[in-house]
Design a protein around this ligand. Structure first.
Ligand code: 4NP
Length: 155
């Protein structure tokens, strides 16, 4: 049984590709078989690699995201994935609006999975500096660890 998880932010070039990569690394560490992907609610960056600041913070943390390419979330994603995990409340509101009636995926915020951080957002680092991306990494890594623990415990 492979659990499939889609991480969603606005552009799919900063937060969600980092969350996808951090989650994949945490799953590998636990020997968990998972399918991980990411997408944006917006389509402006479709086909683009992650932002260079996201690539750098990933590399500083031992993960390569340079091969990922942005795409927009689709209605089919709600049938294909077990979990769709949003970075902030706007992403979550947009996902609820797109959700088809026969959706299978459970929607949540990434930090809902971290004890004591329920309801918190992974802040958009796009207009920030390098330090914001370190904070993004720290948030998505905490969320990825907690989600991987939950999925491992549910097996
Ligand atoms: P992300 O960051 O949602 O974490 O990928 C953003 C990327 C691009 C834009 C906004 C946020 N943008 O406005 O183009």
């Amino acid at each position: 049984m492979k659990t499939a998880v889609l991480f969603v932010c606005l552009g799919n070039i900063c937060r969600s590709p980092l969350a996808e990569a951090a989650f994949r690394a945490e799953a590998e560490r636990r020997g968990l078989e998972v399918e991980a992907d990411s997408a944006g609610t917006g389509d402006w960056h479709a086909g683009d690699p992650p932002d260079r600041r996201a690539c750098r913070v990933a590399a500083r943390n031992g993960v390569d995201v340079t091969q990922l390419r942005a795409r927009q979330v689709t209605a089919a994603d709600f049938l294909r994935f077990d979990h769709i995990v949003a970075m902030d409340r706007q992403n979550l509101a947009d996902l609820r609006r797109l959700r088809p009636a026969d959706a299978r995926a459970r929607l949540s915020l990434l930090l809902d999975h971290v004890a004591g951080r329920e309801g918190q957002a992974v802040a958009d680092p796009y207009y920030g500096g390098e330090a914001h991306f370190d904070e993004t990494w720290s948030d998505v890594a905490a969320g990825a660890r907690a989600l991987a623990d939950k999925i491992a415990a549910a097996r």
